[in-house]
Write a protein of this length. Structure first.
Length: 555
């Protein structure tokens, strides 16, 4: 097979290069093989990625059995649950770009012929796939797996329940002892958050895009199937090298349509909208918010997983994981079934060969003629408050319409304090602005605020609007990704306390009751805010990042 690594490791003039490699114990035969990277998103900041270095070993073994030489390297990761609710969360979305850049610089600087990417917490999988699309080499990803569900007084829980419990405690609905007990049992093992939050949503996206092996998204981190999939993933990379099947051969427009279809049917995280847009941009695929809304109108929610439903990723795994969802969608002619995948086979071939467990799955995944929600999981809203679009997870809300007076905050911290002081009233519309990609910077998730509102029992009585974003664990009528953002003078920067805002998910509408003349009058008096950061990573990001409508990427 053709190898670009020969440029770096072959010939008399490359003797110094080989000397470095032999200093690690590699032999001449090792250096004659294809040299491939194993990108591991690892740290000890939380349980999400804690086990991925261990999973890198069977990946390397799979590569070695197919006469490849694997070289492991670590990419950074931010654990969103740790960073949530304070300044640290500004680095979360930034980390996606840093991950993509780290994979690019490592693979290109060392002349690797392809790579495997192992990811866990939210931004690792999209960052790795962005790098795959950018590099356009033979590449494959594998999710590290979910944690097992926690058990609180006989009830299965995930981390989202703990965030909501903080609000319940503040409202006097839960004792401090109960909150402590829930904290102690919510995350019993290594692995990413257990509900259909962003990490598990993006795991489903890897299979739907065809960039991961079929069935690899759902096994828990502590399940021995993880080791088997890691080994097979390493072997699969070498087959990709043999056939010269590259990332962009797989990441076609139709592959993104499949991913969006699975996203809508599952009721997954709104963050997947940002990530799919950013990945598509790296793959030179023209994907827009209109594509999401077009698909949303024909796909109902057929999955019941937290926060929209009752079950966890482990429960989904027991009944068949992503293949179960995709088989139902394929049967309804909602998937492009003849697309090539990293297995070298088509979507249809993969699904037909995958054996589903003999178990009753209707409580978790239903047929399309009997959905949990008649509408899709996510809708795109537009109007004079968000002319470029906004995103709402309708499957996680009890209401689809809301009209209320705006209460304006220019930071998440101020809004959170307001909520914790029990000042929010039924009918309010909370607006959090200057938290967008440039304004935050970093487009923070608002899980602490939204969970406190839900914990106070106001999830069906209050709406929240922001140019920031939300965790996959968010519930309630929460509208994010409002574009243009406040920092660039979008309409969200011009509204005032008391303005009447209308949200109508059914009509795809988000409007403030102001005339065009009033908007123009306010625009003349609006002044841009000074950037919050003048130096460092956040300052660099703020200068380069684009709109949420295009995935908030640096391209």
């Amino acid at each position: 097979m053709a190898k670009r690594s020969t440029i770096v490791y072959f010939g008399p003039e490359r003797a110094p290069n080989r000397a470095f490699m032999k200093g690690m114990g590699l032999t001449d035969r090792d250096l004659e093989n294809p040299i491939v990277g194993v990108a591991v998103a690892w740290n000890e900041a939380g349980p999400c990625n804690l086990h991925l270095l261990d999973l890198a070993r069977p990946v390397k073994e799979g590569i070695i059995t197919q006469k490849g030489t694997p070289i492991a390297f670590v990419v950074p990761t931010v654990i969103d649950g740790i960073a949530m609710g304070y300044e640290g969360m500004k680095y979360s979305l930034v980390s996606r770009e840093v991950i993509a850049n780290t994979v690019e610089l490592t693979v290109n600087a060392h002349g690797y012929d392809g790579f495997v990417g192992l990811g866990g917490c939210d931004k690792t999988l999209p960052g790795i796939i962005m790098a795959a699309a950018r590099l356009n080499l033979p590449s494959i990803v594998m999710y590290g797996g979910t944690t097992l569900p926690g058990n609180f007084k006989g009830r299965k829980i995930a981390i989202g329940d703990v965030y909501e419990a903080v609000g319940a405690y503040g409202k006097g609905k839960m004792s401090l002892a109960e909150l402590k007990l829930m904290e102690d049992v919510a995350i019993p093992t290594a692995g990413a958050c257990g509900g259909l939050y962003t990490a598990n949503t993006m795991a489903l996206m890897t299979e739907a895009l065809g960039i991961a092996l079929t069935g690899s998204a759902s096994p828990p981190a502590v399940d021995e199937m993880r080791v088997r999939f890691a080994f097979e993933t390493g072997k699969a990379l070498m087959r990709l090298l043999e056939t010269d099947l590259k990332a962009r051969d797989i990441l076609s427009f139709e592959a993104f349509e499949n991913a969006i279809t699975v996203l809508m049917a599952s009721g997954g995280s709104t963050n997947a909208v940002l990530h799919l847009l950013a990945i598509a941009k790296e793959a030179n695929v023209k994907l827009t918010l209109e594509d999401f809304d077009r698909i949303a109108k024909k796909v109902p929610v057929i999955v019941s997983m937290k926060p929209s439903g009752d079950y966890t990723m482990y429960d989904l795994h027991l009944v068949g994981g992503a293949p179960l969802i995709m088989k139902k969608l394929m049967k309804a002619n909602l998937l492009h079934e003849n697309l090539i995948t990293v297995s070298g086979k088509t979507v249809k071939q993969n699904l037909e060969e995958f054996n589903l467990p003999n178990s009753n799955s209707e409580q978790i995944v239903r047929d399309l003629d009997n959905p949990f929600h008649d509408t899709s999981g996510i809708r795109i809203l537009k109007g004079n408050l968000a002319p470029e679009g906004a995103v709402v997870k309708v499957s996680a809300s009890k209401i689809t319409k809301h009209k209320g007076k705006a209460i304006i905050f220019d930071s998440e911290e101020d809004a959170f304090k307001f909520v914790l002081e029990n000042k929010v009233k039924a009918g309010d519309t909370i607006v959090i602005r200057y938290e967008g990609p440039k304004g935050g910077p970093g487009m923070r998730e608002m899980l602490a605020v939204t969970s406190a509102i839900v914990g106070q029992g106001l999830d069906d009585k209050v709406a929240l609007i922001t140019d920031g974003r939300f965790s996959g664990a968010t519930r309630g009528l929460m509208v994010g990704h409002v574009a243009p953002e406040a920092m660039v003078g979008g309409p969200i920067a011009l509204i005032k306390d008391g303005d009447s805002i209308i949200i109508d998910v059914d009509e795809g509408r988000i409007d403030v009751e102001l005339s065009d003349e009033e908007f123009e009058k306010r625009k003349k008096t609006w002044k841009p805010k000074e950037p919050k950061y003048k130096t460092g990573l956040l300052a660099q990001y703020s200068r380069l990042v684009g709109s949420a409508k295009e995935g908030a990427s640096l391209l």
